[in-house]
Design a binder for this molecule. Structure first.
Ligand SMILES: C[S@@+](CC[C@H](N)C(=O)[O-])C[C@H]1O[C@@H](n2cnc3c(N)ncnc32)[C@H](O)[C@@H]1O
Length: 396
């Protein structure tokens, strides 16, 4: 009788412990997606003792990652921040963290638990909704003053930043990127971006006209152009339609290295042999024209600091279709719906003064009315898209 009672007690205690563990796990499932980026799968394949084996690493529901190899059935626990592997503990020696492991990591398809996904989606709706409300409030003079006052109070700012998450402001592009990747993993790598840019090759946008205007007197003299953040090279095709560049022109498209093939294939399909691809900024040294459209805001250093790295400065520099700040530099995230791109609204006055110090004369600047970036916490920043044409005085 006595032993039966103590057995019942033991069973109840075990059940209570089991329920407590389950509850903790459920709670972790809800909380962890906010602590770790979820939804990305990291994959690697490696060769061990001459044999190739596959190893896939993915997030489990509570934010740590489980790795397994088909051959060894190994499971290890990995910790990641953004796409950086911080720690790895595995039973198998072969899977221990080593520099080669990090460098062989690549992003793959999105996998995360249904629960984590639902929570993440709700959070994204909340973030976008709150950002919208704050933006609307900031449009009135009184509202803008209120938001500016609120952001100066530390505790209120912290609360606002939590509610805004990646719509907040950040000390660096890297920090903005890490924050955004927690919610939406896709960025410049989203496949839709390439087709979107390819379509832009066929149309002349309103903001292209000032560029056509300033390039038309010099177009026939151009022999080398460097197109920073040029994607598939759409700008070349759009401008060439009107300006009929020389057959001797070499147009170098600079972009992230994974876009190389898509860009070259696009040029091949269009039967165009004047285009090249480079992921090296230094290839811009001494070009006739350095052009950056819709992309300078994706670079953290300001334009003059980028140009300073070149052995020889380009003669003409055109910046177009980027949001700028009429106050200080502001780093935030541009929400494209399916993707998020960390960006920097460079200060207009800093841009112009730094270019002036480098010997450039500002020939013209223009507003771009196609879009506008509003930073909810900084309603006092106009976030207007702009264009600039600089010419180096030494070359004149
Ligand atoms: C909005 S698109 C602009 C495309 C084109 N210049 C236009 O005006 O239509 C921005 C481009 O900048 C590229 N980009 C972003 N960050 C970059 C980086 N750090 N280095 C090189 N390219 C980058 C993106 O991959 C993308 O192709």
């Amino acid at each position: 009788m006595k032993s039966e009672t103590s057995r019942d007690v033991l069973i109840s205690v075990a059940q209570a412990i089991f329920n407590l563990c389950r509850l903790t796990l459920q709670l972790l499932k809800i909380i962890m997606p906010f602590c770790y980026p979820c939804g990305k799968m990291f994959m690697r394949s490696e060769r061990l003792n001459g044999e190739r084996r596959a190893c896939s690493v993915m997030f489990d529901q509570i934010g740590v990652v489980l790795a397994s190899t088909k051959r060894f059935g190994t499971t290890g626990i990995f910790r990641l921040r953004g796409s950086v592997l911080l720690k790895c503990s595995c039973r198998k020696e072969e899977l221990k963290t080593e520099p080669a492991f990090e460098s062989s990591l690549g992003t793959g398809t999105v996998t995360s638990s249904r629960m984590a996904n639902v929570v993440r989606r709700i959070r994204i709706v909340q973030i976008r909704g709150f950002a919208r409300v704050l933006t609307v409030i900031g449009r009135s003079k009184l509202g803008a003053r209120l938001v500016a006052r609120a952001r100066d109070i530390r505790a209120v700012r912290q609360l606002l930043e939590w509610l805004l998450a990646y719509y907040g402001t950040f000390p660096s592009i890297e920090a903005a990127s890490a924050s955004a990747a927690r919610y939406i993993p896709a960025s410049h790598d989203h496949p839709k971006q390439m087709s979107l840019h390819a379509n832009f090759a066929e149309v002349t946008r309103e903001s292209d006209y000032p560029v056509l205007f300033f390039l038309s007197p010099i177009a026939s003299e151009l022999r080398s152009v460097f197109d920073l953040g040029g994607s598939v090279g759409n700008l070349f095709f759009q401008l060439d339609r009107h300006l009929h560049f020389s057959r001797e022109l070499v147009w170098t498209v600079h972009d992230l290295s994974f876009k190389r093939e898509a860009m070259l294939e696009f040029a091949r399909r269009k039967n165009e042999d004047r285009l090249r691809f480079s992921d090296q900024l230094l290839s811009a040294s001494g070009v006739d024209l350095f052009i950056v459209a819709g992309a300078i805001h994706f670079f953290e250093p300001n334009l003059a600091d980028l140009l300073k790295r070149l052995e020889r400065l380009p003669k003409h520099v055109i910046v177009n279709r980027s949001p700028f700040s009429d106050m200080e530099d502001i780093i935030t995230v541009h929400d494209g719906g399916l993707w998020v791109n960390p960006c920097k609204l460079h200060s207009v006055s800093r841009l112009c003064s730094a270019m002036g110090e480098l010997g450039y004369e500002l020939v013209a600047s223009w507003p771009v009315h196609e879009r506008r970036t509003r930073v909810p916490l900084f309603p006092d920043c106009d976030g207007i898209y702009r264009g600039f044409y600089f010419r180096h005085s030494r070359h004149v």
